[in-house]
Design a protein around this ligand. Structure first.
Ligand code: PMP
Length: 408
């Protein structure tokens, strides 16, 4: 039977099925070890506490929780967010008008695309970069200005050089923002150093640009010192801060937060109205009551401890099984969920993937995180979901896969 050809938009024609979804199709088969997914461990979710609050607010606050909310978000949750911004970042003096609650920070990325990017505009991103940001921005057809993401954050010289070129071409107004995941970046696990954060602000000042700081992982620090956020250094004139409750509480609530200059929040509110009118009242109020009753930064501590342990085990396993392979390296993050492992030059983790799959071990090839999808010798390995035994077994299988790939 002939399949019907629908008359989709140009944008719809550009939508592709996620490479990650395709690659991880078999990652849940029995006996497989997956370092692929970047989701938190469900055992860390405070399900009993949330369940109790949920039944209370459904009965007692149904006039709010089962009704539409305002587009900006539940004011009671915003109160709690203002308290958290002070506790986490030392950011004070903001008001409700500086905050927008979104359906996960993924929606915030999409809205940023809507309110800032016209076709042909420039957006500075890293190599590697968070794939979801690339996909959200790509919908608006920007030109990506790609800067290498080193072991201490984005290559600032490269950024400056490319921005200078854009300025010389008289197109600086088309450069809409510099996007950076400041702590324990997805996918590399890298934290941008204080020097580079300051340098980013300097570049932004010099060329009158905005920096979008995306920070879902900062709270998941298991060792080392807190680094002041780019927002703390640059303020709302220069920085838009995105955060989320996905990693600190649970992703199922779908609550993201935008902290920005009032005029930016107002534009994003208008864009959000056309998308979904408002975020779900029920999950916003659930989060608000949870934050009032429990100290979320205390509650998350056992999860952080678990991730610390698993990260150390993954580093140990990599030393054991890849330590003898010259030119192989991996990041050793102080927090977050990911390790970025790089094979010697010339190897391609996408080509190796089929050998890994045969050995029932899964990861995400680095090319998935490159803005223009070039081949990569790196891979993202998440340590949060597999058990300690699975981590060792998985890395051992990865070595077998590498050996098979080498001689293929
Ligand atoms: N930004 C980054 C860097 C992420 O890794 C993620 C997803 N894990 C998101 C944004 C989106 O998260 P959410 O929509 O769950 O808030």
């Amino acid at each position: 039977m002939k399949t019907k050809q629908h008359n989709f938009s140009k944008l719809a024609e550009r939508l592709k099925s996620s490479m990650i979804r395709e690659l991880l199709k078999y990652a849940n088969m029995p006996g497989a070890v997956s370092f692929g997914g970047g989701t938190p461990d469900p055992e860390t979710f405070p399900r009993h506490e949330l369940s109790k609050i949920a039944s209370e607010i459904l009965e007692e606050e149904y006039k709010y929780t089962l009704q539409y909310s305002v587009t900006e978000g539940d004011p009671q949750l915003i109160n709690q967010i203002l308290i958290l911004l002070k506790r986490i970042y030392g950011i004070e003096g903001l008001s409700h008008e500086n905050i927008l609650i979104t359906v996960g920070s993924q929606q915030a990325l999409e809205l940023l695309g809507k309110v800032f990017i016209d076709s042909g505009d420039y957006v500075v991103v890293g190599d590697p970069e968070y794939l979801g940001a690339i996909s959200a921005f790509r919908m608006r057809e920007p030109r990506f200005v790609v800067a290498k993401f080193d072991e201490d954050g984005p290559d600032i010289d490269m950024i400056e050089q490319k921005i200078e070129e854009i300025d010389r071409a008289g197109e600086i107004k088309k450069l809409k923002f510099i996007y950076v995941v400041s702590n324990f970046q997805n996918p590399s696990g890298v934290t941008t150093s204080l020097e580079k954060r300051k340098a980013l602000i300097e570049v932004a000042e010099k060329y009158d640009l905005l920096v979008v700081e995306d920070d879902p992982y900062g709270v998941l620090r298991f060792e080392g010192e807190h680094v002041p956020s780019i927002m703390k250094l640059g303020g709302t004139d220069r920085v838009i801060l995105l955060n989320t409750f996905s990693k600190i509480l649970c992703p199922g609530l779908r609550i993201g937060v935008v902290v920005a200059d009032k005029s930016i929040v107002r534009k994003m509110v208008l864009a959000k109205q056309g998308t979904d009118l408002c975020s779900p009242s029920l999950t916003m109020r659930l989060a608000a009551r949870y934050l009032e009753r429990y100290d979320v930064l205390e509650q998350i501590k056992p999860a952080i401890e678990l991730y610390r342990k698993k990260k150390n085990e993954m580093v140990r396993a990599l030393e054991n099984y890849f330590g003898d392979i010259k030119g192989t390296k991996w990041t050793n993050p102080n927090g977050g969920l990911f390790i970025w492992t790089t094979l010697p030059e010339g190897y391609d983790t996408m080509e190796m993937f089929k050998f890994a799959e045969q050995n029932k071990v899964f990861y995400i090839p680095g090319e998935a995180f490159r803005p223009y999808s070039e081949p990569s010798s790196s891979m993202r390995m998440s340590f949060c979901l597999p058990s300690v035994e699975e981590i060792h077994e998985g890395v051992k299988r990865l070595r077998t896969a590498f050996d098979q790939y080498r001689v293929s």
